[in-house]
Design a protein around this ligand. Sequence first.
Ligand code: FPP
Length: 255
Amino acid sequence: MNHPSSTQEVPAHGDVPRHVAIIMDGNGRWARSRMLPRIAGHRRGLEAVRATVENCAERGIGYLTLFAFSSENWRRPAEEVALLMQLFQSALTQEAERLHRAAVRLRVVGDTRRFGRKIRLLIEQAERLTADNQRLTLTIAANYGGRWDILQALTRLVADKGRPEKLDEAALAPYLAMSYAPEPDLFIRTGGEQRISNFLLWQLAYSELYFTETLWPDFDAQALDQAIASYRGRERRFGRTSEQVAATLATAKRA
Ligand code: FPP
């Protein structure tokens, strides 16, 4: 298994973030304000997904992770859940080839056992088709929850190694659902709420958090650039003092 170095090792200062993770919120409100059904908002949301994948690839962002369906979203009205499932299924059918042509690798994380057989099969096929692509890794978090992830990692660790005498972060990390990616540098939530909502709890420990009122269907290149500009203006210290960070950066520049 390949484990890229943690974001904690090198302060990504003034750069394009390597990994952007997004909670795409506000589809329902976007639709309501136009007197449209909620699913029309999700359809427009899918267009914003397409644009954001392209915009991230163009900017040299290596990993984009999108929270498409949380473990809690099953509580929505049955009709909306069914329509969302249809939308995922048609997106997987229609987009896999396009992603592949754009050299995007697709990964899906979450407890996919709860999805229908057809969706699980399409996920498997799309992941296989795009497995070797290197331009951008697009991860869709579907039936995902941060607490679920930590528990499934622990369960698999114990199944593999037995009950460990000493458990540390490095032992658990390879079992987390996104062990193939560096931790997110930048977390974005659209739609005005300021919560993590059980997204990547472990992996967001040191991420810069950015909240915007923009509703997800309206999240365009300009909105992405605003988020990146905000990220660039921040000093990432990972617990160190400003002086230590400045010294590390000076050393890195000289090297
Ligand atoms: C949140 O908006 C959005 C969702 C729960 C679903 C996200 C789905 C998409 C963006 C489309 C499909 C995406 C893929 C990757 C196939 P909300 O309904 O909570 O909006 P509200 O807060 O305004 O009600």
